[in-house]
Design a protein around this ligand. Structure first.
Ligand SMILES: [Zn+2]
Length: 138
C-alpha cells in the first residue's frame, strides 16, 4: 500500500468513527475532555438512536469519574454505586415531555439498546454487558 492509499483508508476509518449528532464534550464528566472515555460502540448506537428519533438528545450525564458519581449520589441524583456511567457505556438524555419520551425510547430500542431506565426528567440508556437486559423506572 502506498502512502496515498494508506491516507485514504485512514480517512475512511475516521469517517466511520465520526458521530453525526454528538461531540465528545457533550459526554464530559466534571473533568473537561473526559468524554473521550466513552465507549465507541455505545456512542455509535446512541448516534443511530438519535437518527431514528429525529429530535435533539440533550445529554445530562455521560462519562463520570468515581468522584463525580459519588457527588451526584450525595446530591440525591439517581446514580448507582456501580453505575455504567463509570465505564463510559451510559448516558442520560433530558426528557420531560411524553411525546419526546416516546420518540427517544423508540429510537433507543430500534437502535438495539436493551437497557433503558425512565425517570420523570431523563431517560438513561447503557450497553453494560455485565448487567441484565431491562427497562426500569426510577
Ligand atoms: Zn444514567
Amino acid at each position: 500500500m502506498n502512502l496515498k492509499t494508506w491516507r485514504k483508508s485512514l480517512n475512511k476509518v475516521e469517517q466511520e468513527m465520526a458521530l453525526k449528532h454528538f461531540k465528545l464534550s457533550e459526554f464530559d464528566s466534571d473533568v473537561k475532555g473526559s468524554g473521550k472515555n466513552m465507549k465507541r460502540d455505545f456512542l455509535k448506537k446512541l448516534d443511530k438512536a438519535r437518527d431514528i428519533a429525529k429530535i435533539p438528545f440533550k445529554i445530562t450525564s455521560g462519562f463520570r469519574t468515581p468522584q463525580h458519581n459519588e457527588r451526584l449520589r450525595k446530591q440525591g441524583y439517581k446514580a448507582s454505586a456501580n453505575s455504567s456511567h463509570l465505564k463510559g457505556c451510559a448516558a442520560d438524555i433530558y426528557c420531560k415531555d411524553s411525546g419526546a419520551r416516546q420518540k427517544i425510547v423508540n429510537g433507543l430500542i430500534m437502535a438495539g439498546f436493551t437497557r433503558i431506565g425512565i425517570a420523570d426528567s431523563f431517560i438513561h440508556c447503557d450497553t453494560d454487558k455485565d448487567k441484565n437486559d431491562a427497562i426500569w423506572l426510577y
